[in-house]
Design a protein around this ligand. Structure first.
Ligand SMILES: [Zn+2]
Length: 454
């Protein structure tokens, strides 16, 4: 199925007649009624963006340059925090969530009252929740990018979707009637949301999910990995959907393998933040493809200078579409590294090679050196017996490494990990490996890679 046909409504392959009728009716109703009422052209934008990606590289770059200048000028003219400067990106200071929380009115457009928004919240992973207004146009752009990414894998808009492991606030309880109606029309099922990832609950969740005939499972990486691991440990193999997309947390390699083995399904990792506005999906060559029509992404060092590909830095976003509260050089709090452009997979556009946890999550050595999550990836990815890991620094001189093991875990894995960590921490910390200690999740239910307790 081509991307365009997936957006219009799928071709007959694998779809029943009622399915095809549903898809066409949904697409028509969405464009004719839902989009005007919501003030968000997400499905129409998905089709436009599909055509946008077929433009030449030069034409897309020109479009981006115009979009960037437009939002910078808008910021200068309409947003107090950005006034009195030239429309040159690097003249704008990098801001973050804390800056906006401190002086929210400084970051709102003077005409914000007339620009429709959806109320969003974020911050469960860092323990500092933030409610903020997200421009409906910016929301639509993000949702359109996602619809298009799913369509590339043959999932049509209106195909049955199952959401897994979402916080209760995103479940039906916390939703208005309009969103409920939209999810119902989109055939999105949230019945299997929830945080419990113990083996028993996870196995039950997987067995129920397998009976639900969804074409797409979309949810927390840790939740779906726990389902997969429970299925494999029970010696089972369950029929999965056509596609599994994991979100909210980095997809560890062992998780990817478990999910693919347990459900026999293609697994794609999504990276996205609504604040700022970023959406990316990992391709078969292993890179996260950014939605270049949505925002300009920078990776910068501590002095705000651009990091070359392969060097980790803070992910900073300028959203082309948000006007109510523009996000200009907004630091989302993740550490990332640019990947190749063009990517070997031949899909056009910019890529990130990897993104890791929040930039606040780092190990601090007694000499003041701070080590970010990517410092520690290597041995855990190489070890054969690691399902999950987490590093806790309880005080300035100790480091606890929690490991959830699987078949293949042995002394070689142990020494591989210990040697790497002792070398990276320059023998300044007392490192202890614990194989049975429970993991801590964030308040938002996400898996954290590094926890520093002081
Ligand atoms: Zn690629």
């Amino acid at each position: 199925m081509t991307v365009v046909s997936a957006l219009r409504g799928p071709r007959p392959t694998g779809r029943s007649m009622p399915d095809r009728v549903h898809h066409r009716a949904l697409a028509l109703a969405t464009r004719a009624v839902v989009e005007p009422v919501l003030g968000a052209r997400y499905l129409s934008r998905a089709a436009e963006i599909d055509r946008w990606w077929r433009l030449s590289d030069a034409d897309r770059e020109e479009w981006r340059a115009v979009a960037l200048e437009s939002i910078l000028r808008y910021g200068i003219d309409q947003v107090p925090a950005y006034g009195h400067r030239d429309p040159v990106l690097t003249d704008f200071a990098i801001t973050d969530k804390q800056d906006i929380i401190a002086e929210p009115e400084q970051y709102l457009s003077t005409e914000h009252a007339s620009i429709p928004v959806v109320e969003k919240h974020t911050g469960g992973s860092t323990g500092d929740p933030w409610n903020y207004p997200l421009d409906r146009r910016a929301w639509a752009e993000s949702y359109a990018a996602q619809i298009l990414a799913f369509a590339r894998h043959g999932i049509a808009y209106g195909d049955r979707r199952l959401l897994l492991g979402f916080p209760a606030s995103l479940g039906l309880q916390g939703m208005g009637p309009a969103k409920r109606l939209r999810l119902l029309a989109e055939r999105t099922d949230v019945s299997l949301s929830g945080f419990e990832v113990d083996p028993e609950t996870s196995l039950r969740r997987a067995q129920l999910a397998a009976t639900m005939k969804a074409r797409l499972w979309y949810g927390y990486a840790s939740t779906i990995a726990a389902m997969a691991s429970a299925v494999l440990n029970a010696g089972q193999r369950l029929p999965g959907p056509d596609l599994i997309v994991t979100m909210a947390e980095p997809l560890m390699p062992a998780w990817h393998d478990d999910i693919a083995a347990a459900f026999g399904t293609k697994v794609v990792e999504e990276y996205g933040c609504n604040d700022g506005g970023i959406m990316a999906h990992r391709c078969d060559s292993g890179n996260l493809h950014l939605a270049d029509h949505q925002s300009l992404v920078e990776v910068v060092d501590e002095q705000g200078r651009a990091c070359p590909p392969g060097v980790d830095g803070a992910v900073v976003i300028t959203n082309f579409h948000a006007r109510h509260m523009p996000f200009i050089r907004y630091r989302v709090g993740d550490i990332g590294t640019f990947g190749p452009n063009p990517c070997p997979c031949r899909q056009p556009g910019r890529t990130l090679a990897r993104v890791s946890g929040r930039s606040g999550d780092f190990v601090r050595l007694p000499d003041g050196t701070e080590l970010t999550p990517p410092t520690f990836y290597n041995p855990f990815n190489q070890a054969t017996g690691v399902r999950r890991w987490q590093i806790v620094q309880p005080d300035p001189t100790h480091l606890v490494v929690r490991i959830e093991t699987r078949d293949g875990w042995d002394d070689d894995d142990r020494s591989l990990i210990m040697n790497w960590i002792e070398q990276q921490t320059r023998h300044q910390l007392i490192v202890e490996l614990r194989e049975t200690e429970p993991f801590e999740l964030t308040r938002g239910g996400k898996h954290r890679i590094i926890i520093r307790e002081f």
